[in-house]
Design a protein around this ligand. Structure first.
Ligand SMILES: C[S@@+](CC[C@H](N)C(=O)[O-])C[C@H]1O[C@@H](n2cnc3c(N)ncnc32)[C@H](O)[C@@H]1O
Length: 232
C-alpha cells in the first residue's frame, strides 16, 4: 500500500481530524496564507489574475484559505489522490474560488507557470531528500520573478533526540485534543511513510536553488512554515 492510497482511502474523514492532528492549526495555516498573499495582491494591482499552485493539495484546505484571502485568485491543485482532489474541487466550487485540479505525482514535471505563489502543506515530506531538492528546483522554474514558495511542513528534529521529543510532544498534544487510539494509529500508519527533513537543511536547499529571503517564519515542534522568493 502506498501513502497516496492511504490518503485516498481516508479522504472522507480527512478534514474532521485536521485540527486534532495539527495542534497549531490556525498559526500554521495562517502563517502560510500571510506569506502567500503579498505577491497575489501585487498581481491584482498589476491588473493580472493571481495564479497559485498548491502541491499535495489534498482536500484543498490551504488552497481554500488562500482563495478566501485574495478573491479572484486562480488555484491549480495538484495531488496524486483523485478522491482528495474531488473533495477539494467541491469545496472550492462552493466557495466560488476559480480552480483546476491536476492528478499528478510530486516527482513529475510541474504544470507550466508562471505562478505568483506556489504553496504546499504537509506534502513534500513524502519525498526523499533528493526528491525534495529536485522539486524545489522545479518550483523555482515555474514561479514568476518576485513570486513566493511557501511550504507549511512537518519537519524532522535536527538531532535524533529532538526528533523523539517532537514525537512525544505531538502524541501528548493530539491526545489532549481528543484523538482516540484508532485515529492515532491511522495517522501513524500514514506517517510510517514520511521522510521529513530538518527545517534548517531545507532552507539551505532553497537558497542553493536560487531562492532569496529564505526563512522559517513559524515553528511549533514538528510543524514549520518556511518560504523563499524568486528574485524579482
Ligand atoms: C497530509 S495531506 C496534506 C493535504 C493538504 N495540503 C492539507 O494541508 O490538508 C498530504 C497529501 O499529499 C499527497 N501526496 C503524497 N505523496 C504524493 C506524491 N508523491 N505526489 C502527489 N501527491 C502526494 C497525498 O495524496 C495527500 O493528499
Amino acid at each position: 500500500m502506498s501513502v497516496v492510497s492511504l490518503f485516498e482511502a481516508a479522504a472522507g474523514s480527512y478534514d474532521q481530524a485536521r485540527r486534532r492532528l495539527v495542534p497549531c492549526f490556525d498559526e500554521f495555516y495562517g502563517t502560510a496564507v500571510e506569506l502567500a498573499v503579498p505577491p497575489l495582491r501585487a498581481a491584482v494591482a498589476d491588473g493580472r489574475t493571481p495564479e497559485v499552485l498548491d502541491l499535495g493539495a489534498g482536500t484543498g484546505l490551504l488552497a481554500s484559505l488562500v482563495g478566501a484571502a485574495v478573491p479572484g485568485a486562480r488555484v491549480t491543485l495538484l495531488d496524486a489522490a483523485p478522491g482528495m482532489l474531488a473533495l477539494a474541487a467541491e469545496h472550492l466550487t462552493g466557495q466560488g474560488v476559480p480552480h483546476r485540479v491536476e492528478v499528478a505525482d510530486l516527482a513529475a514535471p510541474l504544470p507550466d507557470g508562471p505562478y505568483d505563489a506556489v504553496v504546499s502543506a504537509l506534502a513534500v515530506h513524502h519525498l526523499d531528500d533528493d526528491g525534495k531538492r529536485g522539486l524545489y528546483r522545479r518550483i523555482f522554474e515555474v514561479l514568476r520573478p518576485g513570486g513566493v514558495f511557501v511550504n507549511a511542513e512537518q519537519v524532522a528534529g535536527p538531532t535524533p533526540e529532538l526528533d523523539r521529543l517532537y514525537e512525544r510532544v505531538w502524541l501528548a498534544q493530539i491526545t489532549a485534543l481528543g484523538s482516540d487510539r484508532r485515529e492515532i494509529e491511522a495517522a501513524r500508519e500514514r506517517m510510517s511513510y514520511d521522510r521529513p527533513a530538518p527545517v534548517g537543511a531545507q532552507c539551505d536547499w532553497l537558497t542553493q536553488v536560487g531562492f532569496v529571503d529564505v526563512d522559517c517564519l513559524f515553528k511549533s515542534w514538528r510543524f514549520a512554515v518556511f518560504a523563499g522568493h524568486r528574485p524579482a
